[in-house]
Design a protein around this ligand. Structure first.
Ligand SMILES: Cc1cc2nc3c(=O)[nH]c(=O)nc-3n(C[C@H](O)[C@H](O)[C@H](O)COP(=O)(O)O)c2cc1C
Length: 213
């Protein structure tokens, strides 16, 4: 890349001070989500999700963040996908969200557990029909011989479930990241970014620490 196309983003919108922070990362996350909604941030639920094999080889992809509360951060996927296999072997993940319009990043790290069946069922039932068909038709992350095969499988499941409710595939559902650390990053002028990280303590309280940018 030549120097004339290098873009240097200058951050300028906000500062993040200890006095601004909520006592726990979930309340703080909700605070920033209120700002996300007010600022009409596009695709704000898109979240990088890193998993790793048992021997520590990482992989990363985008998933949608579909829920959060004091239990953790929830996403939905195929449990037999690559990420699902990696989580079965090594139930730890890291995730990051970036909201450009607000010059903010959130980083989440922790152990991962399966969501319970009732919440996965409820979420699946609320998805558009074609997404439900897709969950049945796609053996996510497995080799696919050609596109026509996927189209054929989609048509077959469409017919199979014609006129009725579509049950949740047994290998599809939620995973919840139970955070150990949640970092709130606010871009700052002249690279003086604010980084405040909540670290879970053994008694489940949170210790907040500022990091050099
Ligand atoms: C904006 C965006 C949102 C996505 N959301 C999801 C999601 O919520 N769940 C999912 O399984 N895949 C989602 N994907 C597809 C994943 O990035 C990925 O291709 C797929 O999950 C297979 O990943 P794996 O082979 O590492 O398991 C999304 C992709 C994009 C670009």
């Amino acid at each position: 890349m030549s120097a004339d196309v290098v873009v240097h983003t200058e951050f300028s919108k906000h500062k993040l001070l200890e006095s601004d922070l909520a006592a726990d990362p979930f309340a703080q996350f909700q605070c920033w989500l209120d700002d996300v909604q007010a600022a009409n941030v596009s695709d704000w639920q898109a979240m990088s999700l890193a998993t790793a094999t048992r021997d520590g080889r990482p992989s990363v992809r985008i998933v949608y963040l579909r829920g959060w509360d004091e239990r953790g951060f929830l996403f939905y996927t195929n449990h037999d996908s690559r990420k699902g296999d990696e989580l079965a072997d090594n139930p730890q993940a890291a995730a990051a969200l970036y909201w450009k319009e607000l010059e903010r990043q959130v980083r989440i790290e922790g152990a991962v557990v399966l969501a319970n069946d009732a919440e996965s069922d409820a979420y699946f039932a609320g998805r558009p029909r074609e997404s439900c068909i897709g969950a049945w038709a796609s053996s996510q992350s497995q080799p696919l011989v050609d596109r026509a095969t996927l189209e054929r499988l989609t048509a077959e499941f469409d017919e199979k479930f014609a006129g009725g409710a579509i049950p949740r595939p047994p290998n599809w559902g939620g995973f919840r990241i139970i955070p150990e650390n949640v970092e709130f990053w606010q871009g700052g002028v002249a690279r003086l970014h604010d980084r405040l990280i909540y670290r879970r303590q053994t008694d489940n309280s949170w210790r907040i620490e500022r990091l050099f940018p």
